[in-house]
Design a protein around this ligand. Structure first.
Ligand code: FES
Length: 277
């Protein structure tokens, strides 16, 4: 017997066939535009290979900024010197050597999977909405086979999490460098932007489903020992953060792009980074 308030699955029909009356297409469209814009921007910056660092000790950038604290874009940190590469690979930037790790973390994220399967592959485009029978010239069946075959790599998510946690250490260290000026400790708008970025990335990582599993998901119940209480506390925090994982995913995505953009503007001399303290 049909339940009141439920919506029947899309009957056989073309793409977009549905009985839904709400604006179901807003979510996939916003995801496609937002995530797509970030992919285009980050790819451009990874190949741009310039104006990603500044200040004391920077290997690149204008001399006029040598009295500034050291700042580096999150796309290029940790910075890997490219001296070992042959000439034929001169087009490779330091960002290209490291971005596979955070990119892999985002691509295999449980939330992003749902979002980009809908936005980019229309599979499904939304609940109870008809799917296209073919995509980019390929016929498509309707049998759900799980994340197997080509999609088996999605199971690597927990390993990408470990790498992402390591990257947080590098980015936090960068914030420390951004606060070390020739005259001693100092805080600028740029260092605050970098600090906000690593904070949002930390919230994104610690709200991860795999992180929640790592800190408390493997046990039937928590013991009352010291370690059990610590695990319970961590699991409680991760659970609270996990409820807003989508929010942290988007805020941290925006902050990474904005931090790179800000450092690009300062390193190129377009704006001056204002020292507050
Ligand atoms: S589930 Fe989204 S980062 Fe792990």
């Amino acid at each position: 017997m049909a339940q009141a308030g439920t919506i029947a699955p899309a009957k056989a029909g073309g793409f977009g066939a549905t009985e839904r009356k709400d604006r179901w297409w807003v979510g996939p469209l916003a995801t496609g535009l937002g995530f797509g814009a970030f992919i285009v921007y980050s790819t451009f910056r990874a190949f741009y290979n310039g104006q990603y660092e500044l200040g004391m000790g920077a290997m690149t950038g204008p001399e006029s900024l040598k009295n500034h604290s050291y700042m580096i874009s999150p796309f290029y940190s940790p910075l890997i010197p490219l001296g070992f590469l042959p000439r034929a690979l001169a087009w490779v930037s330091p960002a290209l050597l490291i971005l596979w790790a955070p990119a892999g973390f985002r691509v295999t994220c449980y939330y992003y999977r749902k979002a980009y399967y809908r936005a980019f592959f229309l599979d499904p485009v939304a609940c109870t909405v008809g799917e296209p029978s073919s995509y980019c010239g390929f016929r498509r069946g309707h049998d759900y086979k799980g994340e197997t075959r080509l999609l088996i790599f999605q199971n690597l998510h927990r390993y990408f999490l470990y790498l992402a946690l390591l990257f947080l250490v590098f980015l936090a260290y960068d914030v420390g460098l951004a606060c070390r000026w020739p005259g001693g400790f100092g805080v600028s708008v740029g260092s605050l932007v970098m600090a906000a970025n690593v904070t949002l990335l930390t919230l994104y990582c610690t709200s991860c489903h795999s992180f929640r599993h790592v800190v408390g998901g493997r046990r039937d119940r928590f013991s009352s020992t010291g370690s059990g209480r610590v695990a319970y506390r961590l699991w409680t925090i991760a659970t609270a953060l996990n409820k807003h994982h989508m929010l942290w995913a988007w805020l941290s995505l925006f902050s990474v792009g904005f931090t790179d953009f800000y450092i690009w503007l300062v390193a190129s001399g377009t704006i001056t980074d204002i020292k507050l303290i």
